[in-house]
Write a protein that binds this ligand. Structure first.
Ligand code: PMV
Length: 330
């Protein structure tokens, strides 16, 4: 009834931006990502018969009722399967550089799925864990795997075929990602709200959705061939089209800051001059710059010289979510 786990964050090369069902958190399209070390969440779960409610400790402090309720609802999915109603203590720690403004929900729900499965000894398959992680956060479904993973949107109404599958492990192509931290700002519109607002008000929503499948096909081929030029084109157009669909919402959703655009422009210039680097941007102002291991120092130094950049975090392709040894025997 006690287990501990680790999961890494991931960054999408072909973006997910739109849902086909909100309660089950079903994506409207597939997506494709790279799992990122060292950005990780460590989670410990302990089911205790005496508890009258679930508790959540986040980075050493008791979490808000809202965060606790979200985790509790997630653990319910496992309790229902196991046919139990025992409550749990959940302790989670994000090993992300502080104030980086990086989303940790992907690693958090992947780690939680793995830890709860181990604590309850439910022995669920990785695709099933991925489908469950998806209900916590769409991108979490991809963090079950190391390296490159693809989220399948599925077709079933119950979402049982909406899970991620592994494409290649990190060793296939150990890409690096330098995260350029852009200006601090007030908290942006969250991903679920942003996706729904885009779906309801953006004339570019449907064209964006239609563009994803060809991008997935091209990205798979580029990764298979380790072709950074082709992957650069696919990943940049996927990020730009995702943001274009959100910017065309009414009122517009604009995640970028001046520094975001400065980094994007610089990366395009560097690549035109022969450097193998390309960018992606999520629901926030930071820019993630991909490159191969040999170029990572050049990329990092150049990014840090750009005006407005508050710092960088250097990541590399990471491994799968996994159970870690617990300190006390169960
Ligand atoms: O998993 P969510 O609900 O946080 O949504 C992720 C959305 C993006 O990060 C913008 C794109 C992606 O595919 O990760």
């Amino acid at each position: 009834m006690h287990a501990q786990s680790t999961a890494f964050a991931n960054i999408a090369l072909v973006k997910y931006w739109g849902k086909r069902d909100i309660p089950l958190n079903l994506p409207a399209t597939g997506s494709l990502s790279l799992t990122l070390a060292p950005l990780r969440t460590e989670t410990e779960v302990r089911f205790e018969p005496d508890l009258t409610a679930d508790t959540l400790e986040l980075d050493g402090s008791l979490a808000s009722p809202r965060a606790t309720a979200r985790v509790s609802a997630f653990v319910d999915l496992f309790r229902q399967r196991a046919g139990i109603d025992t409550h749990a203590h959940v302790r989670s720690h994000n090993h992300f550089p502080t104030a980086a403004g990086l989303a940790s929900s992907a690693s958090a729900f992947a780690a939680l799925a793995v830890a709860v499965d181990a604590a309850l000894d439910t022995g669920l398959s990785t695709p099933t864990l991925s489908a469950l992680a998806r209900q916590g956060s769409g991108s979490a479904a991809r963090s079950l795997y190391g390296g490159f993973a693809e989220m399948l949107p599925g077709q079933r109404e119950d979402g049982t075929d909406a899970y991620a599958v592994p494409l290649h492990d990190a060793e296939h192509w150990p890409l690096h990602v330098v995260i350029a931290l852009a200006d601090k700002g007030k908290k942006e519109i969250g991903s679920t709200e942003g996706m729904e607002h885009t779906r309801l008000t953006s004339p570019y929503h449907q064209p964006w959705i239609d563009s994803v499948e060809p991008d997935l096909r091209d990205a798979r081929a580029a990764i298979e061939a380790r072709d950074i030029e082709v992957l650069a084109q696919v990943a940049e157009r996927s990020a730009m089209r995702m943001h274009a669909s959100a910017m065309a919402a009414d009122p517009a959703i604009l995640y970028w800051k001046p520094t975001t655009l400065a980094v994007v422009r610089a990366v395009r210039t560097w690549r035109a001059a022969g450097l193998g680097a390309f960018f992606s941007i999520d629901a926030g102002p930071n820019v993630k710059v991909f490159c191969e291991a040999d170029d990572v120092e050049t990329v990092r130094t150049r990014i840090e010289e750009l005006p407005g950049v508050r710092g960088t975090i250097t990541c590399r392709a990471g491994g799968p979510a996994h159970v870690t040894p617990t300190e006390t025997p169960t």
